[in-house]
Design a binder for this molecule. Structure first.
Ligand code: FNR
Length: 180
C-alpha cells in the first residue's frame, strides 16, 4: 500500500519530520510511506490555480496516486502551521485530489497537549467541501513532551509511545480495508 506523509514543518530538525521518518522505517513491512516536503510549495494564489507551478503539480500527483495521506503536524498558535494550510489550499482546488482519500493524523510538540488543538482544526478542515477526506477516528496520536521521548536521530525512546503507535498502525491497516 502506498501512503504519503505530509509534514507540517519545513524545519531542518523538525520533530514531526523525524516522527514521519520513524513511522516510515518501523512500519516499512506494512506500507510504503513517502514523505512529501512542503519546502518548495509556493504560496497559493487563485490567479494561477488553473496553471500552477510544476512543484504544485508534482505534489498533487503524489497525493493523487497514494491510497492514504498521513498528516504529521506541529501546532502553531493553537492551530495548524501556515505552510500546511497553504498546501491544503492547493489540494482543495481545481484537481481536488483529496476527495474520498482516507487521512490519518499524528503530531508532536514539546508541550503537554501534543498538538491536540491543531489536530482538531485539521480534522475540521478535512471535512471541507474541496477536501471531503474521511479521517481515521479515535487513535489520536498526540505526542507531547516529544523532546523527552525521541533521541537526536529520531528514534522514539519511550516504549509506551512506540507500543501505542503499533496499535494505531494496526487499527489504520484494518480501517483501510474499507477503502481497498
Ligand atoms: C509554536 N509552538 C507551539 N507549540 C504548541 O504546543 N502549541 C502552540 O500553539 C505552539 N505555537 C507555536 C507557534 C509558532 C510560530 C512556533 C514557531 C512554535 C512550538 C512548537 O510545537 C515547536 O516549535 C515544535 O518543535 C514545532 O514542530 P517541529 O518543527 O519540531 O516539527
Amino acid at each position: 500500500m502506498k501512503v504519503v506523509a505530509i509534514v507540517g514543518s519545513i524545519r531542518k530538525d523538525s520533530y514531526n519530520k523525524k516522527l514521519a521518518q520513524f513511522v516510515q522505517k518501523r512500519y516499512a513491512d506494512k506500507f510504503d510511506l513517502e514523505i512529501l516536503t512542503l519546502n518548495d510549495i509556493p504560496m497559493y494564489n487563485q490567479d494561477i490555480e488553473e496553471n500552477p507551478p510544476q512543484e504544485v503539480l508534482d505534489f498533487k500527483q503524489k497525493v493523487k496516486e497514494a491510497q492514504a495521506v498521513l498528516w504529521v503536524t506541529p501546532e502553531y498558535n493553537s492551530s495548524i502551521p501556515g505552510v500546511l494550510g497553504n498546501a491544503i489550499d492547493w489540494l482543495s482546488r481545481v484537481d481536488k485530489v483529496m476527495i474520498g482519500k482516507p487521512s490519518w493524523i499524528m503530531g508532536a510538540s514539546m508541550g503537554n497537549l501534543g498538538t491536540a488543538k491543531a489536530q482538531m482544526h485539521l480534522r475540521d478542515i478535512l471535512f471541507a467541501i474541496g477536501l471531503s477526506s474521511p479521517v481515521l477516528i479515535g487513535n489520536d496520536v498526540y505526542i507531547g513532551a516529544v523532546h523527552t521521548k525521541m533521541d537526536d536521530k529520531g528514534n522514539i525512546t519511550d516504549e509506551g509511545t512506540v507500543q501505542f503507535l503499533d496499535s494505531v498502525v494496526a487499527n489504520f491497516m484494518e480501517w483501510m480495508k474499507l477503502y481497498s
